[in-house]
Design a protein around this ligand. Sequence first.
Ligand code: NI
Length: 223
Amino acid sequence: MRSVAVANPRISPFVTGAIAGWDSAPHNSPRVQVEQRDRCTPLLALGLIEEGLPLNDKAELTALLREEFDRWEEVLSSMQEEEITAPNLIAHLSIKDTVAHLTAWQKISVARLEAARVGRQPEYPPWHAEFDPETDEELDAINTLIFESYREQSWSDIHSEWRNRFLGFLKLAETIPEEDLVQGGKYAWLKEYPLSAVLLGSYEHHKEHREGLVAHLDGQGTE
Ligand code: NI
């Protein structure tokens, strides 16, 4: 019988934080709680970026994302589908639910890169606009909606969607000139922040969930 112990409850998508609309923070974390509530405020650009992350280097940023993608694929490929779809693995979510959560939020990141590429406002998914996530409750509602909307989908469909969106996101990032990525204030809808923070946001969100998952899986061996 699989343990349902919560390895890292702070990454539960149902325990949400305050950075509305920012891909790095569709859930709770200590650094999120100190941040102002501003749907366009990239958390990562406010001195909350992990030490050493390359906000100004396109090659390094895309390399980080590619590594993160590969790490996820490695973890996922080491598991049986029954493990991936088993409910209540971490904070009531299966791994399948977590990957669905990640790809749903990555739609926001893709919308931002696409907007930058073609020079228009980001076209966010309907749930993003509908809930206008300014509060924890609204963010909870979004994460619940995401969970519900993917719950009946097969693992293979969710995995493909996640993989295609992630690789598409990377390709999109490659098409944007480095100066456009790193220049703060270039895009009005990002206020003073650079587009590179969107890449870091997606990277950090994936990393946070992956580390929680790996810690949980490692912990199982010693229980
Ligand atoms: Ni999350």
